[in-house]
Design a protein around this ligand. Structure first.
Ligand SMILES: [Zn+2]
Ligand SMILES: [Zn+2]
Ligand SMILES: [Zn+2]
Length: 361
């Protein structure tokens, strides 16, 4: 995940700022005059986020910086300045290590240098509870091999400094359209993981605050209770205390509800920029065999990550890692799309049909 500082840096650099220094949670930059004006900041901008005195307000800067975001996602094509060849590899060993094939065998036919078209989809997310956290999650798809890159941020970082814009590269819009839903699906688990951490700490604060409120009202109610027993003979006074107790109960529930609202999580994901870049890979032409069926496919070994990329599941588009094959048409499947039918217990492939022959799922 990229934090706010890295997000801010990328955004500022994209608008012509000169970023002078950057360290954990802080950056300083020299802004062009018009950019400073847009951000309502001095030209010499220094930001620091996180705990501690004198740090900047993340929410306020989220608002200010988001003025710089383009209204629609931008698609940028780039190329590497020094196109390298992917190194020669031991293809069988690479598949043995990286494919995690569970129910079939494979034969390597040949392997050779290839250039694959990569799409890096950036998604801006905001997770709001009593605190707001935001940043960018990247999903990387290899459109040529139809694979998902499992460490997209690492892969992007590794090639980023070596990229230059390539206005000549035409981006197939229909391919972009097909890939977008897969990328959006790919971003969900990462956002869920981030949200889970935030939810956990919000729940801790919620429990602490609820306990405080609970004990405050318990004291109030016990004092009222004492007064009632002391003045049991005075009907009017008892009645008054009773209605006071009711009002206190109502007040208590309202306060607890407020707390729940305060700490509940709201997550927003917005598509950000898309970077399209051809990168060198080692292509391994492979025959995959499942019982009597077989399929020839092209798998890509990624030189940046030093590993085979996982095909995406043809049932649900999540990474098929470990990889399962369908019995009939050798579809690539994730574990849950290859699972037995919950009703009849028989095999069925979720890429071949949405439901089992028995009607179960
Ligand atoms: Zn699946
Ligand atoms: Zn069934
Ligand atoms: Zn199938």
């Amino acid at each position: 995940m990229i934090g706010i500082i890295e997000w801010a840096r990328d955004l500022l650099v994209s608008r012509g700022a000169l970023v002078e220094a950057e360290e954990a949670g802080a950056l300083s930059a020299l802004l062009p005059a018009e950019l400073a004006e847009e951000l309502e900041s001095r030209e010499w901008l220094s930001l620091r986020f996180g705990p501690g005195a004198g740090s900047d307000d993340e929410n306020e800067w989220l608002d200010r910086l988001s003025r710089l975001l383009p209204p629609d996602a931008r698609v940028v094509s780039a190329r590497t300045r020094r196109p390298d060849l992917a190194p020669q590899i031991d293809a069988i060993d690479a598949l043995d290590r990286g494919l995690a094939l569970q129910n079939g065998i494979y034969r390597v036919l040949e392997d050779y240098h290839q250039t694959a078209r990569y799409y890096f989809f950036g998604f801006n997310y905001t997770i709001e509870s009593d605190e707001t956290s935001f940043g960018v999650v990247t999903v990387c798809l290899n459109a040529s091999a139809r694979t998902l890159v499992l460490q997209p941020e690492f892969a992007l970082k590794a090639v980023k400094d070596d990229l230059e814009e390539d206005p000549q590269l035409t981006i197939p819009r229909d391919e972009l359209g097909q890939l977008f839903p897969i990328a959006l699906r790919g971003v969900q688990p990462e956002i869920r993981r981030l949200a889970a951490g935030i939810e956990q700490s919000a729940n801790r604060r919620l429990a602490r605050d609820s306990e405080r409120i609970d004990s405050y009202y318990k004291d109030l109610l016990s004092q009222i209770g004492k007064r009632i027993s002391r003045r049991a003979a005075d009907v009017e006074a008892v009645e008054k205390e009773r209605s006071r107790a009711n009002a206190t109960q109502l007040d208590r529930s309202a306060k607890l509800e407020d707390l729940l609202r305060k700490y509940s999580l709201k997550t927003r994901i917005q598509p950000g920029d898309v970077l399209v870049v051809p990168l060198p890979v080692r292509e391994i032409s492979t025959r995959l065999i499942r019982k009597k069926a077989e399929r020839v496919t092209k798998l890509h070994w990624n030189p940046t990550l030093g590993t085979i990329e996982s095909p995406w599941c043809e049932g649900c588009s999540t990474p098929a890692h470990p990889l399962f094959l369908c019995d009939d048409r050798v579809h690539f499947l994730c574990k849950s799309c290859a699972a037995l039918c919950q009703c009849c217990g028989k095999h069925f492939c979720r890429a071949c049909r949405p439901r089992c022959k028995c009607g179960g799922s």
